[in-house]
Design a protein around this ligand. Structure first.
Ligand SMILES: NC(=O)CC[C@H](N)C(=O)O
Length: 202
């Protein structure tokens, strides 16, 4: 497809490859990015799961933290899974020392809220905007959203906790759709990117 949107996956640490595959399956041109100048060419960006403290430190080290904040503030669509969700929270309840976020969603997240690695689990999650069967949510040392501000829309909950949120062009899930082979959440994001590109060209 010639008009496919170009979507980067921040490739500092985490499950970059799985997102590249899921985005390609959702008809985007997907590429790993880690340098500030690479951000300029993107229609959208995914922040993978991994370790948010490591991603935060590497983003500062690679000089992309400020450029990322600027692009998100300027309206570039971004989707974060798990550690990526933490990176998109305006506030972390329990940050490690020196841990920073890009921000973009008026919410407070709690890291590792669903437990440790060996307490990882899968659960069916109903996500607003996704038709058909519930999404298979893979939760790995997942955060939950402790509270959301007025501007943020809750898209899904699990066990009484918010696990998917959207605010404008910023989307975040506690779980990992990139690990399931079900590309509907990535398709939802690609649609957000397409809509934003159309709006910008008007
Ligand atoms: N699977 C994940 O992305 C885990 C997130 C991790 N607990 C963090 O704080 O970044």
């Amino acid at each position: 497809m010639t008009d496919a949107p170009v979507i980067g996956v921040l490739a500092l640490q985490g499950d970059v490859r799985e997102h590249l595959i899921a985005l390609a399956a959702a008809d985007a041109v997907a590429r790993p990015v880690r340098r500030p100048e690479e951000l300029a060419e993107l229609d959208g960006l995914v922040l993978p799961g991994g370790e948010s403290t490591t991603i935060s430190k590497l983003a500062v080290l690679f000089g992309v933290m400020e450029p990322l904040r600027a692009r998100v503030a300027a309206g570039m669509p971004v989707y974060g899974t798990c550690a990526g969700m933490i990176m998109l929270a305006d506030k972390i309840l329990d940050p490690r020392s020196g841990q920073e976020t890009i921000g973009g969603i008026d919410m407070i997240v709690r890291r590792n809220a669903f437990g440790r690695q060996n307490e990882s689990f899968e659960a069916a999650v109903d996500v607003k905007g996704i038709e058909g069967d519930p999404v298979e949510g893979v939760f790995i040392r997942a955060p939950w959203v402790e509270s959301v501000g007025a501007g943020a829309e809750v898209l899904a909950e699990h066990a009484g906790h918010v696990v998917a949120v959207r605010q404008g062009n910023v989307l975040a899930t506690s779980f990992h759709p990139e690990l399931t082979g079900d590309h509907r959440v990535h398709s939802l994001f690609v649609d957000m990117v397409r809509a934003n590109r159309t709006a910008e060209s008007l």
